[in-house]
Structures are given as structure tokens and as C-alpha cells.
Ligand binder design. Structure first.
Ligand SMILES: [Zn+2]
Length: 464
């Protein structure tokens, strides 16, 4: 079926009272209904049923034009074409207009204005219109000039015909509808993507010179379907879908394949463009770091981490010409609050880390029962600062590019928080120099250890 037909069938699904985010039928479903039956006033009961069933069968739709004008008579068609009715009908005999005839109103032509515009552009009746159009065009140009001059004299603004939207600039999600806007907030396209969440990425992720749109789709609440990342091209056509996670056994346990995306980022690698995406298991600790080929959506490399990863920095850590990936989060498999971590990965990465740094867990986190995530990662000159936050206090660790600790600086309220917890009887000591020295002790590992192991706990017995 040609592309134009897709659009028209879909447009027909836009029945007046249906809410926009209920427009979830595909053109294939529309084709189940009798030609032209859907979306036209005066539907029979059977046709309505067909519409409803179509809508509940699928969750994805092709792009729906933002606004379409329906022409329902030869008079309005002729007016739109700027010819008289007899000329329009003569053209129709020569090259049929893209009419939709509702079965109940066989005598009346029904056509969408934009399809009519496309038809006039593409059909060979154009040549015949030239003299007529030129004549009318001349009159219109004169009239337009008079109006423009009059308005300009009056000092007012004048309104131009709505222009076609430009290139995608940003995208918003509202009620499962992804709307892609250009730099002047005109809508380029919209699609219903059930489960779409977060802020889509609008960026040229594959280096083809046009911006793609990456949409995160959440895992189903029941855990039946995993989250995914969907890539659309600048025109709203689906390029690829990457489904997060897979079932695997790890740390002596079986984990289902249900993962949800946390964040994704376009990165450059020695092999070209890629999308780096981090997904977490929907219930437990495993996190998947996927390097996705941004042209095909294929998995190029992956790394699994025993705990959630929240932050990402792309930076040059080893001085070669390519950037590495620095991830930050928590290492907490099994039971326990775990430890904050920094994970450096070469790109494209392997299953093995470039560096793995474990941070102590401040005793305030332990008694508050808060997971000591590294939930801040910021460049500070040539250094990188990682922050562990518990309560309302933060412990800031500054590392150089070799991931050696430069300094540890607690936020100003750490002392007050510690005192409060001491007064409440949750801590049995005052904050002292020995504890601060213990908190400066970060540990390097060749690969991710178990963040809840007894050997890690022994490292920081004096401050955790
Ligand atoms: Zn303490």
C-alpha cells in the first residue's frame, strides 16, 4: 500500500469525539473496515464496532497529521483548487481525485485538503491549470500587495499562511503521545507510543545530518514486557527498537528479562556513532549498560553491573584520542545498602571495567537506612567530582582523570547531621578525625566486587 494511502486511512481514524491519545489504530486495522467507512459522520453500528475493535487491537500508530481539513462537496473542492466546479469534475474524469466516499453518502465526494494539494502537485492536470492560475494569481498578488501596504501603513502585524514545520528540535510526551516540534514550536509530527516516558532525545545520533528522536518506553507494570528504546527518523518513521535486558542468572539467582531504561546518551566511538543506554531490572539490582549501534539499533557491546547506575560522564580518562565512559551508582547485590561506585569503561566496552572505584558508606547513610548512591557526577576543571548523598548531607569526592582521589570534602551540614543522629541515639559517637580519614579511603578493584561483602565492610569498619 502506498505511503499516501497509509496517511489517509489513518486520518480517517480521527473520529471527532475520540481523544487524541486514543488514536491507536494502524492503517492495517483501518483497512479491515469498509473503505471510507471510518471516521466519516453517519457511521452504521457495524462500522463503529469495527472502529472500536481496531483501536483496541494495537498500541502503535503511524504519524497522524496535526490538523486536516475535510472537503465534502464539489463546490468546496473547486474552491480549494481555485477553479469552477465543472473544471474540477473534468479533471477528476481525467485523473481521479483522491476521494473517500462514505458508503452512506455515495453521491457526495469527500477529500482531505492536504491530499488534494498533493494530487494537484503530482497529477498532470497541473499544466492545464497554468493559464487559469496565472490569471487568478495576478489578481491575488495585486490584492495581497494592497493589503500588505495597508497593514504596514497601519503599523500592524500581518499574518502569513501557516508554514510547514522545520526540522525536529525537541519533543514532548503527553498521555502517550509523542509530539516532535521544530525550533519555532511548530509540530513536525506526532505519534502515539503507549508507555512513552521521560524526555525524548532529539539529536543526530547516527551522523546522517538529520535529527532522530529517541523515545523511552517503560516496562509494563505487570512485568510482562520489558522497556525499550525506540528510534524515529526526522519524518517520524520508526527506524529501530532496542528492547532492554534479557533473562539471565547472576549471583546465584535467576532474573527475568524485564528491564526499564534509566537514561540514554548519544556518544562517539572509534567505530562511529552509538547510543549508550542504561537499564535497570524492574525489581532487583542488575543493571544493563548497552552500547547500541545508532544506525541499526543492534547491540554493539554490553556491560552488566551489580547495582543501579544513575550518572554518566563521557570524558577522556586515559589521554588517548577517544573518550571513555564514567558511570556512577551503587553496588548492592543481595542484601544490604551496598557502596557507592564509579565505573570506568573503555568504548566500545567489554565485559571488563577499565577501572572500578568503591567509596565508603558514611555511617549517617547506614543508620538512616539510605542507599549511598553516587548520585552526582560533575566535571570540576580537569577533575571529576562524585557526590554521595544521605539525609540532606553530601560527601563530595574529587578524582583526577586517573581516578585517583584528590580530596574528600563533606558538605557544610554533614557535621550537623552527624550531631543530630548522635543526639537521637542513632549514632554512638561524635564525628572525629579518625572517621573523616576513614571516609577518605576509597578502594580500587580490577572488576566489580560484591558491594555487600564482608571484606568490603572490613575496609571501612571505623566509619560505616
Ligand atoms: Zn560517625
Amino acid at each position: 500500500m502506498p505511503a499516501g494511502r497509509k496517511t489517509s486511512d489513518l486520518a480517517l481514524m480521527r473520529v471527532g469525539n475520540q481523544r487524541r491519545n486514543r488514536q491507536v489504530a494502524t492503517w492495517r486495522d483501518a483497512a479491515i473496515c469498509r473503505d471510507g467507512a471510518v471516521g466519516i459522520p453517519g457511521l452504521s453500528r457495524a462500522e463503529r464496532v469495527c472502529y472500536t475493535r481496531s483501536c483496541t487491537r494495537t498500541t502503535m500508530s503511524d504519524p497522524v497529521p496535526a490538523e486536516r481539513r475535510l472537503l465534502r462537496s464539489w463546490k468546496s473542492i473547486a474552491a480549494h483548487l481555485e477553479v469552477d466546479v465543472r473544471t474540477a469534475q473534468r479533471w477528476h474524469k481525467k485523473t481521479p481525485l483522491p476521494l473517500h466516499r462514505p458508503s452512506l453518502e455515495r453521491s457526495h465526494p469527500v477529500v482531505y485538503a492536504d491530499e488534494l494539494d498533493r494530487w494537484i502537485r503530482e497529477s498532470d492536470v497541473r499544466g492545464q491549470t497554468a493559464p487559469e492560475r496565472a490569471r487568478r494569481g495576478g489578481r491575488r498578488a495585486l490584492a495581497a500587495a494592497v493589503i500588505v501596504v495597508a497593514i504596514a501603513l497601519a503599523g500592524g502585524a500581518y499574518i502569513l499562511r501557516p508554514e510547514r514545520a522545520g526540522e525536529p528540535h525537541r519533543a514532548v510526551i503527553d498521555g502517550g503521545v509523542v509530539s516532535v516540534l521544530d525550533a519555532r514550536d511548530r509540530e513536525c509530527w506526532r505519534r502515539t507510543v503507549e508507555g512513552a516516558s521521560g524526555a525524548p532525545i532529539v539529536e543526530d545520533v547516527d551522523g546522517d545530518g538529520r535529527k532522530e528522536v529517541l523515545v523511552d518506553v517503560a516496562a509494563s507494570a505487570s512485568g510482562a514486557t520489558s522497556g525499550r528504546l525506540q528510534c524515529f527518523d526526522a519524518n517520524g518513521r520508526e527506524r529501530w527498537t532496542f528492547v532492554y535486558g534479557r533473562a539471565r542468572s547472576w549471583y546465584g539467582r535467576e532474573f527475568s528479562a524485564t528491564y526499564g531504561g534509566r537514561f540514554a546518551r548519544h556518544i562517539r566511538t572509534p567505530r562511529g556513532h552509538a547510543v549508550l543506554a542504561v537499564a535497570w531490572h524492574n525489581l532487583w539490582f542488575p543493571a544493563q549498560v548497552a552500547l547500541i549501534d545508532s544506525a541499526s539499533g543492534a547491540l554493539a557491546a554490553e556491560y552488566w553491573h551489580p547495582g543501579g547506575l544513575r550518572e554518566l560522564a563521557v570524558m577522556n580518562l586515559d589521554g588517548d584520542e577517544f573518550d571513555e565512559v564514567l558511570l556512577a551508582g551503587i553496588n548492592n547485590p543481595g542484601r544490604g545498602l551496598g557502596h557507592g561506585v564509579l565505573v570506568a569503561l573503555d568504548v566500545p566496552f567489554t565485559s571488563r571495567e577499565l577501572a572500578y572505584v568503591v567509596l565508603p558508606r558514611p555511617d549517617a547513610c547506614s543508620v538512616l537506612g539510605e542507599i549511598p548512591f553516587v548520585n552526582r557526577l560533575a566535571n570540576e576543571g580537569a577533575n571529576v567530582v562524585a557526590g554521595v548523598r544521605c539525609g540532606d548531607a553530601t560527601w563530595l569526592y574529587t578524582f583526577n582523570r586517573a581516578l585517583e582521589l584528590v580530596e574528600m570534602r563533606p558538605s557544610d551540614n554533614v557535621t550537623a547531621l552527624h550531631r543530630r543522629l548522635h543526639q537521637q541515639g542513632l549514632l554512638d559517637h561524635e564525628l572525629g578525625d579518625e572517621e573523616e580519614a576513614c571516609l577518605r579511603h576509597v578502594a580500587w578493584f580490577p572488576t566489580a566486587p560484591d558491594g555487600n561483602s564482608a571484606s568490603l565492610a572490613r575496609l571501612w569498619a571505623k566509619c560505616e
